[in-house]
Design a binder for this molecule. Sequence first.
Ligand code: UN1
Length: 494
Amino acid sequence: MSALTLNFINGEWIKSSNRKTFTDTNPAVHSDVIGEFPASTPEDVDSAVAAARVAFRSWSRMPAPERGNILKRIGDILTERKDELAFEMTREMGKPHFETRGDVQEAIDTAYYAASETRRLFGHTVPSELPNKFNMSIRRPVGVIGVITAWNFPVAVPTWKMFPAIAAGNTVIFKPSEDAPHSGALLVKVFEDAGLPTGVVNLVQGGGEVGSALVSHPDIDAVTFTGSTDTGGKIAETCGAMHKRCSLEMGGKNPMIVLDDANLDLVIDGILWGAFGTTGQRCTATSRLIIQSGVHDKLLEMLKSAASGLRLGYGNEKDVDVGPVINQKGMDKVLGYIEIGKKEGAVLEMGGARATGGKLDNGFFIEPTIFSGVTRHMRIAREEIFGPVLSVIKVDSYDEAVSIANDVPYGLSSSIYTNDISTAFKAMHDIEAGITYINGPTIGAEAHMPFGGVKKTGNGHREGGWEVFDFYTETKTVYVDYSGKLQKAQIDNT
Ligand code: UN1
């Protein structure tokens, strides 16, 4: 068994303290066992935090552009290994190889972007209200960061969190999802090979017990999490009680609005990619299609014919458009929602069952599924399904479309197709979401732009782009008085 099935703590690949393991398998080919990974314990978290705390002393003092040089090397190695990483990621979590290549590319972009930020990390200089006095703000790293991620972007999302964190001088404990430990370990191996100093990133594999130990650890200063809204809420409670900052990226129920004047061919490409890309298992997936009545019937027919051409299969084989869902639990959940949709009276236009036959019997495949006649109060219009299920809602007007788009507890991504520039600009403001795409689907965030959602999707922070550095740094305000005497603010200058 390779060393990479161990934890990585203080620069060494080591077993967990209790030697217990969990099994990781290929969701498209059940017989393909990827490995046994440590079901780690709170003691392992303790060792990782101790290592990260020691590393913080020197890492936080290193000139930021030097940290940036290491990030560049990480980006270079990710570029060299893009194909082999993508192969293993597809094997582990199922999305097709062209998509896992994109996942690695997102990590590469983030590495180079975060490296470039190490030459900025701007503070402010501001006039003082007193003479011979200089005011400024500088950024300081926060400390040791707990990073808890999902499996659907097993490389990109962890790097969105870790690269800006380490660029800013923090150190990290990384807990990947139990459904993506292998990708997580391969990523950490890249860090090791790039010469990231000992203890700066530590990997602790495992499930909820490790996650809770991280969140509640008194020596972890901040937690960043991508996953379910329920778990995020619990993390926020613990962090709140401990006065710890946390950044949460949670569920979505992302709408795509199609108005009568839209270019329908463009819309079809967008829906297929937005709703069925990553088998619908993105927090940004298009899960509601809100169509204006003038084009509703025509678009639905076009959509059914286009979606029936999607090829399901193991994503490391040729010509596969859509992979499996992640595991049995995921499959039960999605099939459960399909039953709910039927009971609620939505019209099942296509799909609606486990996909079987030939090699599909070896994995967790679900037919791309479309419901029409969905109304705003149905559960399939309001709850995150995280699978290849699209709910189509018919509306009469722009105003009705926006009102339905906003009528959910989530607000991550959104999209509108229209050729009317005034409507497009209006929608930018009217839609309650952290991200709005005009004439594009709800997926496709770029690494150097802020990413995050409103309402129950997030808690006010953003990943990606320049804003993420606000989460990973503390502002220190500095006053330099060079007048040679005591100057009393608010007293001497009134
Ligand atoms: C996620 O689903 O957690 O915009 C992230 C996108 C991707 C990131 C998705 N770049 O869909």
